[in-house]
Design a binder for this molecule. Structure first.
Ligand code: KIV
Ligand code: NA
Length: 264
């Protein structure tokens, strides 16, 4: 089976085919998602919440992500594997190099970092050294205490413009993928149309180039609460494989997300 690469993802955007992504943390689920032809799997620092039961992602370490990346890599033969850089693991460029190298050695094909302008030189440095980078803008959960809670970002004009400008700068710096989390659909649409690279949304409406969900939310089994932007795909079928293939199909055909999963 042909492996999904950064070029495949770019081609999907150019063809107008939506990218379907899920988080994954272990080999068994990774193998099942891979068999259902998921395009992208992310070892998210959301594992702090869904595996460990914390209220946020801040306690996750680089070794946690490295361990789960090793697990996911073993179960994956086709999908593109991205690993999250956890809180403070890229606080300086030097730290970012050391920690990103750990995740690549554990089996990631790309690392994801949260933030805009302040990350520009770190991102270009990583890319120059051979480490592909995914950006993450909007609601960046590692900054939850700065935001004062998990809140939709970019509702005011000025804040929206800041997100749009940051997206353009990240692309210039060399990110090959961008996650947009909890932003109004119109902003996400505009960014997806403006950028050449694929934009993957979560709580960002149906007009991004792809969608991602936390796997536990997609199965409706998260320890804490179920975000508005998510959908329980096990509710209408009793089988995990069908839930996953329905989710992928819904993303590809733009049946997910609906307006009820999005912010205006
Ligand atoms: O940690 C995570 O699961 C994520 C996705 C929600 C994009 O960053
Ligand atoms: Na994350």
């Amino acid at each position: 089976m042909k492996k999904v690469t950064t070029s495949t993802l770019m081609q999907l955007k150019q063809k107008g085919e939506k990218i379907a992504a899920l988080t994954a943390y272990d080999a068994s689920f990774a193998k099942m998602f891979d068999e259902q032809l998921i395009d992208v799997m992310l070892i998210g620092d959301s594992l702090g919440m869904v595996l460990r039961g914390d209220d946020d992602t801040l306690s996750v370490s680089i070794d946690d992500i490295a361990y789960h990346t090793t697990c996911v890599r073993k179960g994956t033969s086709r999908a593109f594997v991205i690993a999250d850089m956890p809180f403070m693991s890229y606080a300086t460029t030097e730290l970012a190099y050391t920690n990103a190298a750990k995740l690549m050695a554990s089996g990631a094909s790309m690392v994801k970092v949260e933030g805009g302008e302040w990350l520009i030189s770190t991102i270009s440095g990583l890319v120059e050294r051979g480490i592909p980078v995914c950006g993450h803008l909007g609601l960046t959960p590692q900054s939850v205490h700065v935001f004062g809670g998990f809140k939709v970002q970019g509702r005011e004009q000025e804040q929206a413009q800041k997100i749009i400008d940051a997206a353009i700068k990240l692309e210039k710096a060399g990110v090959q993928l961008l996650v947009l989390e909890c932003v109004p659909s119109a902003i996400a649409k505009r960014i997806s149309e403006t950028l050449t690279i694929p934009v993957i949304g979560i709580g960002a409406g149906v007009d991004t180039d792809g969608q991602i969900l936390v796997m536990h939310d997609m199965f409706g089994i998260s320890a804490n609460y179920m975000p508005k932007f998510s959908k329980n795909y096990l509710a209408d079928c009793n089988d995990m494989r069908s839930a996953v293939s329905t989710y992928i199909d819904d993303v590809k055909t733009k049946r997910f997300p609906g307006p009820e999963h999005s912010f205006e």
